[in-house]
Design a protein around this ligand. Structure first.
Ligand SMILES: Cc1cc2nc3c(=O)[nH]c(=O)nc-3n(C[C@H](O)[C@H](O)[C@H](O)COP(=O)(O)OP(=O)(O)OC[C@H]3O[C@@H](n4cnc5c(N)ncnc54)[C@H](O)[C@@H]3O)c2cc1C
Length: 440
């Protein structure tokens, strides 16, 4: 008989093994990594000496020859929480500071809500492709930001140089003032490329204005860059050697053309930067901006009824499931928070919510910045529909349900009481705001 300490027997931890089998457990990825079955390992040696395969691994070719794609969001959530844990322990990103860039790639992100949108991050990833193409002649990514912002990950997003232009004249819809500033950048730095998001949030309009002003024919609807091997690639800062693929003919076909100087790119045009941190050094314009005529005046935002916003376009969704018991309270909370309403299939099937509000695999796939799931258990069909949401908040009784595991923030409690407390808080906050406005 072997002693416990010196034994060569394989020791098994049933709890660890249970977590390794439960893909939605928050520690699933960590335990897999510890057991040597992490996302990176497709195969490992089992306790009986047999090779085991991980059929849940993204990219795994299944028995029918189909490539496995994880649409549940669970993997992303686990990866994000792993990243957070890793970030707390040790930041493994490589720091990059380009002293004397050979050329600049200028990016003008939309900064919707004062933060980089996912399309902005994709665009910065595209800019890095151009800037980093030739290691002998590294370029730098110059971001031009207008107005106040709340973003604190500009370096992580791939920005080397940051021109931050503040002032009332850039606030709201101010294409003339912004264009004047971009022309000053053009004169001072003559960037090799200008990259803007081809989005309705401002980039599409500003990019076309810029192209017209500097006399360049822009590439619009760009979704991919390729290096043209046969071309002269000596000058990475110029368009030579680069080809772009763009959606054309009302989105019915792809058009390939040499990359021009002004590029308006679609969401998912490139992978966002994830492995490096850049210096985001502040830079300034050397000359004061000229006065602009101001023929366009922004009369302010028009209030829209959040209930009328299409689910797929909504930024903030309050979604109701079978755990909502006080429907009047739910509708009141949605109105108070000015949230767009969503629902699980059960809430729709039971007749509490209209069919066009259903979120999920057989409903709408949503991309909200904030998704609040009230009394929704987190069935796989529902999680599929919210995988692209930025932040998920769960309000649920059950701390072990899949929605709570997926969520970035969970409130464990009764849905009616939680929503009522939230409404009371918002009311108090608005009242205080009103009082301080009256006092001023
Ligand atoms: C082919 C197919 C397609 C489907 N497509 C979709 C789809 O597109 N979208 C979709 O949503 N579903 C879809 N479903 C259904 C899905 O499988 C689930 O049945 C459904 O999402 C569950 O809805 P739910 O979470 O609201 O309800 P339940 O699963 O009943 O969950 C209710 C949750 O509320 C909590 N709760 C209960 N009372 C309270 C309370 N008082 N306070 C707080 N929390 C409480 C519970 O703990 C539980 O977590 C599909 C199913 C199939 C088979």
């Amino acid at each position: 008989m072997k002693s416990g300490v010196m034994s060569d027997d394989l020791r098994r931890d049933p709890r660890q093994e249970w977590i390794a089998r439960n893909r939605l457990h928050p520690d699933h990825q960590r335990v897999l990594a510890e057991l040597g079955k992490g996302a990176a390992s497709a195969e490992w040696l089992g306790p009986q000496g047999l090779m085991r395969k991980n059929p849940h691994r993204v990219g795994f070719i299944g028995p029918h020859g189909l490539k496995r794609i994880d649409r549940s969001g669970a993997q992303q959530a686990a990866t994000a929480s792993n990243a957070r844990q890793r970030g707390a322990a040790a930041d493994t990103r490589q720091s990059i500071d380009i002293e004397t860039p050979a050329f600049l790639v200028a990016v003008v992100p939309d900064m919707s809500g004062g933060r980089l949108s996912s399309q902005d991050r994709d665009l910065l990833g595209l800019a890095r492709q151009l800037a980093d193409a030739d290691p002998e002649r590294p370029g730098a990514v110059l971001a031009v930001l207008f107005g106040e912002h709340k973003e604190d990950t500009l370096g992580e997003a791939g920005i080397d140089r940051l021109l931050h232009l503040e002032g009332d004249k850039f606030a709201g819809y101010a294409p003339e003032a912004r264009l004047a500033a971009l022309m000053a950048v053009e004169r001072q730095w003559a960037p090799g490329h200008w990259l803007l998001p081809d989005s309705a949030l401002g980039g599409a309009d500003l990019g076309r204005r810029l192209a017209a002003r500097i006399g360049e024919r822009p590439a619009t609807g760009v979704w991919q860059l390729n290096v043209n091997e046969s071309a002269d690639t000596d000058n990475a800062g110029s368009s030579q050697g680069w080809q772009c693929l763009a959606r054309g003919a009302a989105g019915t076909r792809d058009i390939q053309r040499p990359l021009p100087r002004v590029v308006l790119a679609l969401a998912e045009c490139a992978e966002p930067v994830s492995e490096t941190r850049h210096a985001a050094r502040p830079v300034e314009l050397s000359q004061a901006l000229p006065e602009t005529l101001g023929r366009i005046r922004d009369m302010g935002a028009v209030a829209v009824d959040p209930a009328g916003v299409a689910l797929a376009e909504a930024e903030f969704i309050l979604s109701a499931g079978n755990g909502v018991k006080d429907w009047e309270g739910y509708h009141r909370a949605a109105e108070m928070l000015q949230a767009t309403k969503g629902a699980s299939r059960v809430a729709v099937d039971d007749g509490f919510m209209p069919r066009d509000r259903q979120v999920g695999a057989t409903g709408t796939w949503v991309t909200a910045r904030v998704y609040v799931a009230v009394g929704i258990s987190g069935a796989i069909q529902h999680l599929q529909g919210i995988q692209s949401c930025d932040k998920v908040v769960a309000i649920n009784f059950d701390g072990g349900c899949d929605m709570v595991k997926r969520a970035d923030l969970a409130v464990l409690g009764d849905s009616s009481q939680t929503l009522a407390a939230l409404v009371a808080l918002v009311e108090r906050y608005r009242q205080q705001q009103q009082e301080s406005r009256d006092a001023a």
